[in-house]
Design a protein around this ligand. Sequence first.
Ligand SMILES: [Zn+2]
Length: 279
Amino acid sequence: MKKVFFITSIFFALILLPFSTRAEPDGEAMPVKILLVPGHDNEIWGAQYGKIKEADMNLRLAQELFKILRNENRFETYITRDNLGYTTVFADYFASAMDEVIAFKNKAKKETAEKIDSGELVPKEGAPHNNAAAEMALKLYAFNKWAGENNIDAVVHIHFNDYPRPSKWLIGKYRGFVIYVPEAQMQNAKASITLGESIFVELKKKYITSTYPWEKGGLVPDQELIALGGNGTLPASVRSVLIEYGYIYRFGNTAFRHGAYKDMAARTATGIKNYFFLK
Ligand SMILES: [Zn+2]
């Protein structure tokens, strides 16, 4: 039965193939599949300034972006979290596929170590990041595995930035946004970098790029972030960018912060649309 379905699927796929080009937005184009990942979660919330938690900010901005993309037929948009926690698709995936995710992670790490040993992959040191806690790292691997299995075209990771400060109540010295993209040797680098540049152009019209020396220029390649497909865990067809929209302590003012969610989401959406449809 499965085999019949498979063959039938191939048959229809071949028939539909000539119409599935994304370069013709007026034709019967397949929707572009986007996965939004608001960084961190309610258990491990990332940065904090006073009472403002990064995970909440990431979610608010991601929800604004989700609203914009959802209203476009050209996109099929997924989000990993909502106000209640992980969305059903991902809560189910964590519950049912975690053993496979662990195997996926171990295999990817082993293959990467072998590539480094053989000289096929040259390790590049990137900006310092806090290591994702083991549980969160596993969730990031799960998102990558799921994105590959579901033919996602682009994964957008949404974060607000921080660096080690003496107290979570103190304003720090750095400011500005940065977009992390896969390092050139990674299989999804080329397409991801172009997507990153397209979003960068829109954000740069209004916001300064990061003043943190490691993030100079505002578009920074990174080989180690799992979110970007570290250890070869995203195929070439799955673009991934990780946006740090600004340093968290710059968003203490409530009205400013809420305005920023909307404005930054709108600019990100424009960058994504321009990349996929402005050929
Ligand atoms: Zn973060």
